[in-house]
Design a binder for this molecule. Structure first.
Ligand code: PMV
Length: 328
């Protein structure tokens, strides 16, 4: 069968997905809103081949086995089931999401895999269908099918839990400064982190309500190009997500002293009139939502707090592209 290559970009959630209403189908408790990022992406080529005796998976030329390999095989089984085929596949993936950027690569990885595997298996590559499928690999991957600002509608079943674009062309100034605190793999992966918060934080149902209540105002802030309103809500929602982890019993925490130094510096910058806002996911790295014109001021302030700071700048990025052939 023919090889197809897909390219998908990672995304950062402004309103978070942190908990599943259905863990089998990956239906979230909240509707989430994200920004797809241009600089960080995954390219994946897939070919189903009748002569193979198992799936062969390579990431950046290293063959992947064990738990990570199994996640990909489970995902390919879904594709085979939908396509009604039994052939195994060769999957080659190049990740341009440096661990040091402090961003998760699972969103771009499963979005690219959904695109390339669907095309190679001959099933629908309609973007809504791809979003639905990508969701089964990693929830946040459902949003990486689309560019710009994206909303993953929580829905209530497999059919209705899909992402859709809110604003694909972003012609107003917004960027993300990703500050590297640690490039070590996370201690608690997102799956068990969100499960623990959901099960053991007494505030969790209220967090879900507050997050879902912010969906409409967040859409409004995006439509109005209102960085201040968008940033305030994103920072609040992220801090509240981390508060759930700290309220769980036993409590757990992704943020380190350094994370808090950055968060405090960003809040101090705001008191000085700079529009900068923090967001953090399932790890200690802090991502700063800001206007590109303030980069120098922000970096200067960060360096005064943490002299050896490392950072990368990301701007809004496009949705998935799929091409026939191997284009790695
Ligand atoms: O898609 P997952 O299972 O890696 O979970 C992502 C969870 C967060 O990054 C913390 C929030 C989000 O909405 O992306």
């Amino acid at each position: 069968m023919t090889t197809y290559t897909a390219k998908a970009h990672t995304n950062i959630a402004l309103l978070k997905y942190w908990g599943k209403a259905d863990s089998q189908l990956i239906i979230p408790t909240t509707t989430s809103i994200s920004l797809t990022l241009d600089e960080f992406y995954t390219e994946t080529a897939v070919n189903f081949d009748a002569s193979l005796t198992s799936d062969d998976i390579y990431i950046n030329d290293d063959q992947i086995t064990g738990a990570a390999g199994q996640k990909v095989v489970t995902f390919l089984n879904l594709v085979r089931q939908q396509a009604n085929i039994t052939d195994f596949a060769v999957v080659r993936s190049n990740n341009h999401v440096p661990t040091a950027a402090g961003l998760a690569s699972s969103a771009s990885a499963f979005a690219a895999l959904a695109g390339a595997a669907s095309a190679a298996a001959g099933i629908s590559t309609d973007l809504t269908d791809l979003s639905r499928l990508a969701r089964r690999g990693s929830g946040s991957a459902s949003r990486s099918i689309f560019g710009g600002f994206v909303q993953w509608q929580r829905g209530n079943d497999d059919q209705s839990s899909v992402a859709e674009p809110i604003q694909q062309i972003i012609d107003w100034p917004i960027q993300l400064i990703t500050v590297v605190i640690s490039d070590q793999p996370k201690k608690i992966n997102s799956r068990s982190g969100m499960q623990n918060a959901m099960q053991f934080s007494p505030d969790y149902p209220a967090w879900v309500k507050r997050t879902n209540a912010m969906v409409q105002p967040m859409q409004q802030a995006i439509q109005n190009h209102d960085l201040e309103m968008l940033g305030h809500m994103a920072e609040r929602n992220a801090l509240e997500m981390h508060a759930q982890n700290m309220m769980a019993n036993p409590a757990f925490n992704y943020l380190t002293d350094r994370s808090w130094t950055i968060i405090n510096t960003v809040q101090k910058l705001r008191r000085e009139g700079i529009l900068a806002f923090s967001t953090m996911d399932a790890g200690p790295n802090v991502k700063i939502i800001s206007d590109p014109k303030d980069t120098e001021t922000i970096i200067h302030a960060l360096r005064s707090s943490v002299p050896d700071i490392q950072y990368q700048i990301a701007t809004p990025g496009p949705g998935i592209t799929i091409q026939q052939g191997n284009h790695l």
